[in-house]
Design a protein around this ligand. Structure first.
Ligand SMILES: NC(=O)c1ccc[n+]([C@@H]2O[C@H](COP(=O)([O-])OP(=O)(O)OC[C@H]3O[C@@H](n4cnc5c(N)ncnc54)[C@H](O)[C@@H]3O)[C@@H](O)[C@H]2O)c1
Length: 353
């Protein structure tokens, strides 16, 4: 069965990553595009219907599944409408800007009996799939360490055009670097280990950019089985620096990936036991693998392995942790002048959160 996809939110991730991946997914057809900005669908490739209104979009003939890539605070309204229309939904991370919206959109999918997944593309990166297979060679896994950072000033734009940078607006994003970037590492740790983080603390930073949300954060957690999970996420690391690294530490070995956390299929995987050995990996780009898997689930040919209830539990844990951390960071920010480093920053060739 060929699955008809619609894209709601035709901005950066939809245009540069999701649409090309969907067009490369054998059993997927893109039948409709929707954005509240009428110029945004016009910038997308293909001949899908361009729909200014959400109701018109959801009524497109042949529409089976909706990929939701609007800003975080708008996920709920789109997911609720899509679910009520009986469409399967793949919603971008984080599930929402807060817990109430995330709970509501998961409940809406449950009520409607439609499949809901979170678009954690990094689950599908071929290096991470290979790393999962290597875990037995590491002995008892003791820790997962993630560095996932980038440079995002207040006037950040993905393509040089003026951009609505909702990422630094607490109401629309739910916070700053931590709510945007930490979900990937939290999800990935659980996917790799087969057990999720159940305890989490966070220290937020407002040091470089001077906006009202965190531009850096350290998060420390523990899985149900006792594995330590450590995340450094940031909007204040120049993109030219090494800034994307994943380590899984065990009693007999250490696996390290570099530049695999992101939307593309590149990077390296090295196994140290103790001598380093480069481990080859092959497979499709993470977005293609993700859409392939969700398309198969909608077609009923394979199950979707990541229940929305599980993603919601992780989201709830993260948001609750950040709320506690945010108040102390905010108080510090009021007392301490923010040091601005914009002048010393490197050119910004690329951003890949
Ligand atoms: N998985 C990833 O690697 C990844 C990468 C980037 C972004 N994201 C997520 O994707 C989502 C979108 O991010 P982006 O960087 O593409 O943002 P963006 O600002 O580039 O694009 C968002 C688009 O949504 C449109 N929009 C805003 N509100 C809308 C509404 N209520 N109804 C319809 N359209 C609306 C805007 O006009 C814009 O075109 C966010 O949730 C973000 O966290 C995920």
């Amino acid at each position: 069965m060929s699955v008809g996809w619609g894209i709601a939110g035709c901005g950066w991730v939809a245009r540069d990553h999701a649409l090309p991946a969907l067009l490369a997914t054998p059993d997927a057809r893109v039948v409709a595009l929707h954005d509240r900005d009428p110029d945004a669908p016009a910038r997308m490739d293909g001949d899908a219907a361009r729909c200014a209104g959400l109701a018109e979009f959801l009524a497109t003939p042949g529409l089976d599944a909706v990929y939701v890539a609007v800003p975080n605070d708008a996920h709920r309204e789109v997911v609720e409408a899509a679910a009520a229309a009986g469409k399967a939904v793949l919603c971008e991370k984080p599930l929402a800007a807060d817990t109430a919206d995330a709970e509501a959109l998961v409940a809406a999918a449950d009520r409607a009996g439609v499949l809901l997944g979170t678009a954690f593309d990094q689950r599908w990166h071929p290096a991470h799939v290979r790393l999962r297979e290597l875990l037995p060679e590491l002995g008892t896994v003791t820790a997962v360490r993630v560095v996932y950072c980038c440079w995002l000033p207040a006037d950040w734009t993905p393509d040089g055009r003026a951009h609505d940078n909702w990422r630094v607006d607490r109401a629309r994003a739910g916070g700053g670097a931590a709510i945007d970037l930490a979900p990937h590492g939290l999800d990935l740790a659980g996917v790799l280990l087969g057990e999720d983080v159940v305890e989490l603390t966070a220290t937020l930073q407002t040091r470089v950019h001077g906006y009202a949300v965190d531009d850096g954060a350290l998060l420390h957690g523990r899985t149900g089985g006792g594995v330590l999970v450590d995340l450094h996420v940031a909007y204040n690391t120049p993109d030219a620096l090494p800034r994307r690294r994943l380590e899984v530490v065990g009693t007999r070995g250490l696996a390290v990936t570099v530049d695999t956390m992101g939307q593309t299929a590149g990077g390296t995987l090295t196994l140290h036991r103790p001598d380093p050995v480069d481990v080859p990996f092959a497979g499709t780009a993470p977005f293609v693998a993700q859409f392939d898997a969700f398309t198969a689930a909608v077609a009923g040919t394979a199950p979707w392995p990541y229940p929305a209830a599980r993603d919601l539990a992780l989201h709830r844990l993260l948001v609750e942790t950040l709320h506690t951390a945010t108040s102390s960071a905010g108080a510090r920010a009021l007392r301490t002048p923010v040091r601005r480093a914009r002048a010393s920053a490197a050119p910004l060739p690329e951003r890949t959160p």
